[in-house]
Ligand binder design. Structure first.
Ligand code: ATP
Ligand code: MG
Length: 421
């Protein structure tokens, strides 16, 4: 027997029974983004490798270990499946000069790819919804992003199960000062650093604070805090953000160790975290990246954004018991006989045009067998069409989910009736 080819580990199928959760999520997000004045941008899944190396940073987990990079064998280009969306979004904005028209509020959604060890909440193909505001210096826009998240959590039914952590990375200058202090601290504890930390000691010491190695936690806890080395403007930005969040009634904790896994962040960083999903508890993360536009080759422009992990948010919604209704069909049309089948086609066309969901039975079979299918489909009503009905241009409507009378009416009356009940 031929071996069945299976999906790639960490790249999941989303089956119909789950897909309606995704549809509910996507629709809620699209409506909310539109309500907040954000416009959709659709970006390619493959980009030049350099784009990610330059923006995310060469000495980061993503670029060092997690990218799906391959050579285009037609021209030798190095290409990468996008591990995140910010870099592509900024590239597209620059390539099409969108900033000439003024600041941009954008969002995108879709699959991202990272070669990580698959586990609950961590996949190799996963999905993000990302929001980017380019050309805004904040902190009002930083506040807006956090408030947008809070509003979305309400709509998704998870507001009570996530908490907000905020931090600041300061300016490039304050990070340079902090970097020197951090290196000298870590050098005093060389014996306790793991291999990654040794390697990053001089190339990217801040990233060491982001380590997930439990044996490193004690060293990390004792390290100097960036908050203590902050420049005045960054401190002011951070304080204004906190004030604005309080005025909006958004609760937060300050996490001085919030580093984020990408190099392009500065000033505000934030994460939304839940305790209900085990180790993979960060459902959304973001912050400012004022240097990135210039780093990718544009005229300097401040910016900020965030990305949420769709799989983790959906898992949390289920965990919180959020009921996501499955929209079953309104009618399942059974039919037998030549005239009946002809009229059945007409009936589904009419009912669908009237905004009803109608399944047409295909595959023939007795009325009894067709009625079984109608029942199994979950439809609210069976529409029964025999030659008799067809000749009278009428349909019989039989309720499948409640004990009520069957009625026989014309198409217009049927559409009215079905929409009313
Ligand atoms: P983590 O610390 O969990 O590795 P990260 O800092 O790498 O996350 P970001 O790059 O900030 O993640 O991505 C934003 C969000 O995307 C995360 O908060 C998370 O919800 C989701 N995410 C990131 N990587 C994965 C993955 N491999 N599988 C599923 N979701 C992910
Ligand atoms: Mg990661």
């Amino acid at each position: 027997m031929t071996r069945i080819i299976q999906a790639i580990r960490g790249m999941n199928d989303i089956l119909p029974d789950q897909a309606h959760h995704w549809e509910f999520f996507e629709q809620t997000v699209h409506e909310w983004m539109a309500a907040c004045g954000y416009r959709n941008i659709r970006l390619p899944i493959v980009e030049q490798t350099d784009l990610f190396v330059r923006s995310i940073g060469a000495v980061t987990d993503i670029v060092e270990k997690e990218m799906y990079t391959f050579q285009d064998h037609l021209n030798g280009d190095s290409l990468t499946l996008r591990p995140e969306g910010t870099a592509s979004c900024v590239r597209a904005v620059l390539e099409h000069n969108l900033l000439y028209a003024g600041p941009q509020r954008l969002y995108y959604s879709g699959p991202m790819f990272r070669h990580e060890r698959p586990q609950k909440g961590r996949y190799r193909q996963f999905h993000q919804v990302g929001v980017e505001a380019l050309g805004y210096a904040g902190p009002d826009i930083d506040t807006e992003h956090i408030v947008m998240c809070a509003g979305l959590w309400e709509k998704l039914g998870i507001a009570d199960d996530v908490r907000l952590e905020i931090g600041t990375l300061g300016s490039v200058e304050s990070r340079t000062l902090h970097r020197a202090r951090l290196i000298s601290y870590l050098q005093q504890h060389l014996g306790k650093l793991d291999d990654d930390a040794h390697r990053r000691l001089h190339s990217n010491p801040l990233r060491i604070l982001d380590s997930k190695n439990p044996e490193m936690q004690q060293i990390i806890d004792g390290a100097p805090r960036l908050l203590d080395d902050l420049d005045e403007d960054s401190l002011k930005h951070f304080e204004e953000l906190q004030r604005a969040l309080r005025s909006q009634g958004v609760d937060f904790e300050i996490n001085p160790r919030l580093v984020r896994g990408l190099d392009y962040y500065n000033r505000t960083v934030f994460e939304w975290v839940t305790d209900r999903l085990g180790a993979q508890g960060t459902v959304c993360a973001g912050g400012r990246y004022d240097g990135l536009v210039e780093q990718i080759g544009g005229k300097p422009a401040p910016a900020c954004g965030f990305a949420m992990g769709v799989e983790r948010l959906l898992a949390l919604m289920l965990e919180c018991g959020k009921d996501i209704p499955h929209a079953a069909a309104d009618v399942y049309v059974v039919h037998q006989g030549e005239a009946a089948t002809g009229f059945a086609w007409e009936a589904v066309r009419y009912l669908r045009a009237a905004g009803l969901k109608a399944i047409l039975h295909c595959g023939g079979g007795s009325f009894k067998a067709q009625m079984k299918k109608a029942d199994a489909s979950g439809a609210r009503f069976a529409v029964i069409i025999g030659d008799d009905e067809a000749h009278a241009a009428e349909i019989s409507i039989k309720p499948l989910r409640e004990a009520a009378e069957q009625v026989r009416v014309g198409l217009a009356a049927a559409a009215d009736l079905l929409k009313r009940i």
